[in-house]
Design a protein. Structure first.
Length: 128
């Protein structure tokens, strides 16, 4: 049986593709962080939304993220997701890889819903 986080991540990817950042931000905790790029972190829902708008503009409003192989390690109300994240866009050049080994951390809220608390599409590439 497929883990429910895989479907949640697909919904996030679709929201990014459709530039539906109001829906996207609902999948994050209030204290979430997003690694925008190495040495740049957005903190909290408002900063994360602004970051996704800027990222979308950077990729000429054509960013399409998808997930390849995914491993989910769950303990209680916390889950670590290690995923092959593939980015496609009309923009041909980027200083960062479009094929990434992402790490995401999710936490269940009191309603039992998974929410992203750490969104790091760069994974261990942050280590130089």
């Amino acid at each position: 049986m497929e883990h429910e986080l895989k479907e949640l991540i697909r919904k996030c990817d679709l929201a990014i593709k459709q530039e539906d950042f109001d829906t996207l931000i609902n999948y994050y905790t209030d204290d979430a962080i997003l690694v925008v790029k190495p040495d740049m972190i957005a903190r909290g829902k408002e900063e994360i939304k602004k970051a996704f708008i800027a990222i979308s503009k950077y990729f000429n409003n054509s960013l399409v993220p998808t997930q390849g192989e995914m491993i989910i390690l769950e303990a209680g109300d916390t889950a670590l997701v290690i995923s092959q994240t593939l980015l496609d866009a009309d923009k041909n050049e980027s200083e960062f890889s479009m094929d990434r080994r992402a790490t995401y951390v999710f936490r269940k809220n009191p309603k039992g819903e998974w929410l992203c608390t750490i969104d790091n599409s760069y994974g261990t590439d942050l280590i130089k």
